[in-house]
Design a protein around this ligand. Structure first.
Ligand SMILES: [Zn+2]
Length: 309
């Protein structure tokens, strides 16, 4: 990717070194709490909903949504970095060329992209924060460790990222490259879009009323595939930053973290009913659909038969 001229987002919170603090710090949002966002959401949904072709209504915030991660379930624990627990304040100054700078620049491209898409309908994009962590971290969705992989927490509207996952993408999943790493971030930002448009809530509701675990899994999978599609939309709107071969990196990453790929590696067999993120082929399909259309309206994973996902 060509990010030299990109600005860095100011929405990165560096909380590395915080691991082990755990619960009890006070002031944390209850999982499932929604803060003061109700009014804003009420305003946003009808507008965004019609713009993005979303059929969904606002419902009460439901289950903890730690599962909205990138995949990689069952990954082994990642050893915490040896950083001293002294830095709690955000560190906006980042070393040139560092992973931190890369993350801040990619996050800025997601802000620019979604601001533009929202502005096209006269709406303001409420950008999420991105928390860098190592070891373990406390979020409004509960505690998480690096082994959970990157995730988005709707309760505090933050993306949580342990940058060691980028190394894992390379070493464990065989999907190296800066675009593959950027796709991870864009996917999590996709969950933020789903949260502020009310889609995540709707899926939580449908999961709760599902008649079987397989059906509940499928709702989650549709949500995940849409986040992949949104990542493709982000990529399409940043074609000027892509090197040749970049998108292929993303496709490779999507394949590597497909549920079937991971299950085959972990247990030697594939159980489609247990998929929560989609097969390799499905993830590639929706990432590509977003990339080829550049339009979030092309990302409706909810109103098509399962066989066409
Ligand atoms: Zn996800």
């Amino acid at each position: 990717m060509r990010l030299d001229d990109q600005r860095e987002s100011s929405n990165v919170e560096d909380r590395r070194g915080e691991g082990g603090i755990g619960f009890g710090g006070g002031g944390g949002q209850q999982a499932g709490g929604f803060g003061g966002m109700g009014g804003l959401l009420g305003l946003l949904i009808p507008l965004i909903g019609s713009k993005f072709g979303i059929v969904g209504i606002i419902v009460a915030f439901g289950a903890v949504f730690l599962l909205s991660n990138m995949g990689g379930g069952g990954s082994p624990a990642v050893a915490p970095h040896a950083s001293a627990p002294t830095q709690s304040a955000p560190a906006p100054q980042m070393a040139p060329g560092s992973t931190d700078q890369f993350v801040a620049k990619v996050l800025a491209t997601t802000e620019d992209t979604w601001s533009k898409l929202f502005a096209a309908s006269g709406e303001k994009y409420p950008a999420p924060k991105l928390v860098l962590f190592d070891g373990s971290i406390r979020s409004a969705c509960g505690s998480a460790s690096a082994a959970s992989g990157p995730f988005y927490c709707p309760g505090d509207q933050k993306v949580y990222l342990d940058t060691s996952f980028f190394d894992e993408l390379h070493s464990r999943f065989g999907a190296p490259g800066d675009f593959a790493a950027a796709y991870v971030i864009a996917h999590e930002v996709g969950h933020h879009i789903q949260t502020i448009t009310g889609i995540s809530d709707e899926v939580t509701k449908r999961q709760k009323s599902a008649r079987s675990q397989a059906e509940a899994n499928q709702w989650l999978m549709r949500l995940e595939l849409q986040a992949d599609c949104y990542a493709g939309v982000w990529a399409a709107n940043n074609r000027n930053l892509l090197d040749s071969g970049d998108f292929a990196e993303g496709v490779r990453a999507a394949q590597a973290i497909g549920d079937d790929t991971l299950q085959k590696q972990a247990q030697g067999r594939v159980v489609p009913d247990s998929f929560t993120h989609g097969s390799a082929a499905q993830r590639v399909r929706w990432l590509t659909r977003g990339f080829e259309s550049g339009n979030p309206n092309a990302c409706d994973t909810f109103n098509i038969p399962a066989a066409q996902l």
